[in-house]
Design a protein around this ligand. Structure first.
Ligand code: MF3
Ligand code: CO
Length: 256
């Protein structure tokens, strides 16, 4: 079942989305060589809690047997890490890229967004990967209009990424979002066999391309959370929570 949000519910989702956007703004200011991913986690958690919200990810059940509940407020995925990197004592180095994923729960609704940031001065190749990943999100959501289908978002993302010489991760996908962080429908970043449901105003979606420099194949580390590229090349992530309307979608996790 896909939940359709009322006007009032969309206002609440916007509030949750604002907390996520604010946390991203704060954390971006702290990303520099020498900082640990655990310090970034602390900064985000403080913003979320001071806003009266709760970190959505903390305590989330691991989908794989043998994994601990998610211990942190952010996912911090460096270089070849694709998603779900667990914050720790690793210090960022000049030239790294880091994907930060943040979720906040406020007044019964979740907001979810991810960005990839540069640490100090990065290579032109890494810069291009980050930009293409971000742009693929915007290409995708041009199709997030009532009457279209999920596959119209997916195929626009896939085509844009392929035309830039990159690959999209297939094992992890975007998702509906609302009272639960993960709701129906799934939103692949590639043309899957199913066209997916028709889009309707009041649907809220987390669209999140995960883009690799080399192979699209990924591996799961022994901690049962951290996903890495199979070939060790770079990966970038860009995600926003959006609301479908009769016209252009509204992005709920960007501050205006
Ligand atoms: N944005 C990610 C997702 O949609 C974050 C999940 S981290 C988790 O899957 F810990 F909550 F699983
Ligand atoms: Co998400």
């Amino acid at each position: 079942m896909i939940s359709i949000k009322t006007k009032n519910e969309l206002d609440l989702m916007r509030k949750a989305g604002e907390v996520v956007a604010l946390a991203h703004k704060k954390v971006e200011e702290s990303i520099k060589p020498g900082v640990t991913t655990l310090e970034l986690d602390r900064i985000v958690e403080e913003v979320i809690r001071k806003s009266g919200a709760i970190p959505s990810f903390k305590g989330y059940k691991c989908p794989y047997p043998g994994g601990i509940d998610y211990p942190s407020s952010i996912c911090a995925s460096v270089n070849n890490e694709v998603v779900h990197g667990i914050p720790g004592l690793r210090e960022l180095k000049d030239g790294d890229i880091i994907s930060i994923d943040i979720g906040a729960y406020l007044n019964g609704f979740h907001g979810d967004a991810a960005r990839t940031f540069a640490v100090g001065k990065i290579s032109p190749e890494a810069e291009k990967l980050i930009e293409a990943t971000k742009q693929s999100f915007f290409e995708g959501i041009k199709n997030a209009v009532e009457g279209n289908r999920i596959i119209d978002i997916s195929s626009a993302i896939e085509d844009y990424i392929a035309s830039n010489g990159y690959t999209v991760v297939r094992e992890y996908v975007g998702h509906g979002i609302g009272r639960e962080m993960h709701e129906e429908p799934q939103i692949p970043n590639y043309r899957s066999r199913e066209r997916g449901p028709r889009l309707q105003h009041g649907m809220t979606l987390a669209v999140e391309p995960m883009v690799n420099e080399g192979t699209y194949r990924v591996e799961l580390l022994k901690n049962k959370w951290t996903v890495v590229t199979a070939d060790g090349m770079l990966s970038a992530h860009y995600e926003n929570t959006i609301a479908v309307t009769e016209n252009e979608p509204v992005i709920l996790t960007i501050l205006d």
